[in-house]
Design a binder for this molecule. Structure first.
Ligand SMILES: Nc1ncnc2c1ncn2[C@@H]1O[C@H](COP(=O)(O)OP(=O)(O)OP(=O)(O)O)[C@@H](O)[C@H]1O
Length: 587
């Protein structure tokens, strides 16, 4: 039951440290969040898609006419007409293109395709002006030849030039239209993609909502079934006792509480498998934490029905989970013991560490286990806590079979294990936050309770330091705080006062006494006979894996001090022989 300094060394050297995983998870979560923001941005183009299409459809009718139909009769007239055609074409190009731009701009100011369209319109205008100038230049050198060739020829060349100009203008206009159309098509494609993504997102959201609703329904059913069971138990108890028993009220929020309850893991399950570190943002990856800790135990736990689709932080504020409430109701009505151990056996090879132990720990009691070193105290408590599997026998926590429903059993317990193995690269504050997160507490609740516990255990100054720098007593107090943070119904504490200074011990005792006075149950192991005698209502003396005495303090000590009885049952204090050499100093 004594923690070894080697454990701390092992913990420090352990390369599987939670912070690495936490970083990876948080990064993924951040990417996910960024991805989730995309669809709304792309919805704007999607909304503008029909307008863009309509504009594109109107373009050909507007732009074809000017370049193709004008046929001037004279050079100057033709030139004027050609110029007019070119300008018209340019103007039409603008008319065609600009509405696309303006509509796109209206649809979304960030549309990237808009600038290229404007450029095309300007280019079309410039091209039209150039063509007009080119025509004027080209007509001049042709004039002398036209004179010698005849007036018809003279007249026809400018006409050809005009025609060429018109064609050129028309071609450019067409090119501009093509560019605009391409741009519009690209935008339409982008809009379609955005619309598809938005639809996909909506669909995913709908699926998630459906899942959540389904989970809630299942959880509600579970809670309702449990409530019905508790009502039946209450009715039976009333019948048996022939007294009037108040009907058990249904939990205030069975659906939400049951949902959380099913997704909240046990810290011990997680301790076996290095988990995600709580980061500065408590909202991070609650779902993933829930998922990662649902190990094979979950299959055996009939309350593990809710998928981790909802953030438990928002819900658990209400207080006790549905399981805890039902347990409390059943317990209060039927008088179910907090812990019931029957025929417990655990062998390590030939070593019979626990050899057929039976114990009953009444609810609302302060129960002590004492015994010599190696008696089997820690082995027994480890099985009770679900840290160790028994070879034989059963353990029930508040009526819940530890082997059959380990998660449900762990939910109602807070455990201080014998060895102080923990994630000691975290600060005290982070570690408590982690404990609270695993138990499904809201971040605001964790922060408040952390402050309360730190104040009670005199750890305020230490909260920002890494746990590996704590003294043994500080570590024990911090882990004790971690065991209490979710206000469990039962506290299983292995040597809670070992290494703890007298002042802190007195404070812890006060806390535990008040806890028991309000209906909580404490089972602890200790070598402090005085302490056990003072604070415990019942005690068991275990020697060699067997219970040699059990009952109230008075029953067990049988008129002696508890220490004298303990020594007596342990075989007494034998005479020490063979150490005479120790009295002859070597120097
Ligand atoms: N993992 C293990 N493997 C092998 N033997 C073990 C193991 N754990 C405990 N034992 C043995 O089981 C016996 C009971 O050990 P346990 O730790 O339960 O005793 P304890 O009563 O808690 O002792 P202490 O008061 O010294 O803490 C001891 O003989 C111990 O060596």
């Amino acid at each position: 039951m004594t923690s070894s300094p080697d454990d701390r060394t092992d913990q420090v050297d352990d390369p599987e440290t939670p912070p690495v995983k936490a970083t990876a998870k948080r990064t993924t979560a951040g990417a996910g969040a960024a991805a989730a923001k995309k669809p709304p941005v792309k919805r704007a183009p999607a909304a503008g898609k029909p307008a863009a299409r309509a504009t594109a459809a109107k373009k050909p009718a507007t732009t074809k006419k000017p370049a193709a139909t004008k046929k001037p009769a004279t050079t100057s007239a033709a030139r004027a007409n050609a110029k007019s055609a070119a300008e018209k074409a340019a103007a039409n190009a603008e008319v065609v293109i600009e509405p696309v731009t303006s509509k796109d701009a209206a649809a979304g100011a960030t549309e990237p395709a808009a600038p290229p369209v404007k450029k095309t319109a300007a280019a079309a205008r410039t091209a039209a002006a150039r063509n007009t100038a080119a025509r004027a230049g080209a007509t001049k050198p042709a004039s002398p030849r036209a004179k010698s060739a005849g007036s018809e020829s003279t007249t026809s060349r400018p006409a050809a030039a005009k025609s060429a100009t018109a064609k050129s203008t028309a071609a450019k206009t067409t090119a501009a239209k093509t560019t605009a159309a391409k741009s519009t098509a690209a935008k339409t494609a982008a809009a379609k993609a955005a619309a598809a993504k938005a639809a996909e997102t909506k669909s995913t959201a709908r699926t998630a909502a459906a899942r959540t609703a389904s989970a809630k329904t299942v959880a509600a059913k579970t809670a309702a079934a449990k409530t019905a069971a508790s009502k039946a138990a209450a009715a039976k108890a009333a019948e048996d006792a022939e007294t009037v028993v108040a009907p058990v009220e249904a939990p205030d929020a069975p659906v939400e509480s049951a949902l959380i309850d099913a997704s909240v893991p046990s810290s011990f399950t997680v301790l076996e498998e290095p988990p995600i570190i709580p980061a500065t943002d408590p909202a991070v990856d609650v779902d993933e934490v829930s998922t990662s800790v649902q190990n094979d135990d979950a299959a055996a736990d009939d309350t593990s029905v809710a998928p981790p689709t909802e953030a438990p932080r928002e819900i658990i504020d209400t207080g006790a989970s549905a399981t805890e409430r039902v347990v409390a109701e059943v317990h209060e009505v039927s008088g179910t013991p907090a812990i019931s151990i029957r025929g417990l056996v655990k062998h390590f090879g030939d070593n019979h560490a626990v050899d057929g132990i039976d114990l009953t720990v009444p609810a609302g009691s302060f129960y002590g286990i004492v015994g010599p070193n190696g008696a089997g105290k820690t082995t027994t408590l480890s099985i009770v806590a679900g840290l160790l599997r028994a070879d034989q026998g059963t353990v029930e926590i508040c009526g819940i079979d530890q082997a059959a429903q380990p998660l449900a059993a762990k939910r109602v317990m807070g455990v201080l294990p014998d060895r102080l193995r923990t994630f000691d690269r975290l600060t005290g504050r982070q570690l408590l936050f982690y404990y609270g997160l695993l138990r499904g507490l809201a971040s605001s609740v964790i922060e408040k309770r952390t402050a309360d516990l730190a104040r009670a255990f005199d750890l305020q100054e230490a909260l920002s330091r890494v746990v590996s720098d704590y003294s043994a007593g500080m570590t024990k107090k911090l882990m004790l705080a971690g065991a209490m943070i979710h206000s469990p119904r039962v506290l299983v504490l292995d040597e809670p006062f070992e290494s703890v200074d007298p002042v802190s011990s007195a404070v812890i005792l006060d806390i535990l006494r008040a806890y028991v006075a309000h209906g909580g149950t404490v089972i602890l192991s200790s070598h402090g006979m005085d302490l056990v005698e003072r604070v415990c209502s019942r005690v068991a003396i275990i020697v060699g894996g067997e219970v040699l005495a059990e009952g109230t303090i008075d029953e067990v000590r049988a008129g002696q001090t508890l220490e004298a009885r303990f020594v007596e049952l342990s075989g007494g204090i034998g005479e020490v022989e063979g150490l005479e050499w120790l009295h002859m100093f070597s120097d």
